[in-house]
Design a protein. Sequence first.
Length: 53
Amino acid sequence: MPYAQLAMNYAWTPLWNTWAQFTQRFYPSAISDSPMVNKNNLRELTVGMSYTF
């Protein structure tokens, strides 16, 4: 399944880190033509924060 992705990462300090990721997945016609699916793509946004110890 083809997709496009954009990610970022920011270190606030050497121990604290923030990250985000946006992904868009493109369904092939075998999936999007199904009567059970009403979209031809899917968008996801994931964000997080981490601490290294």
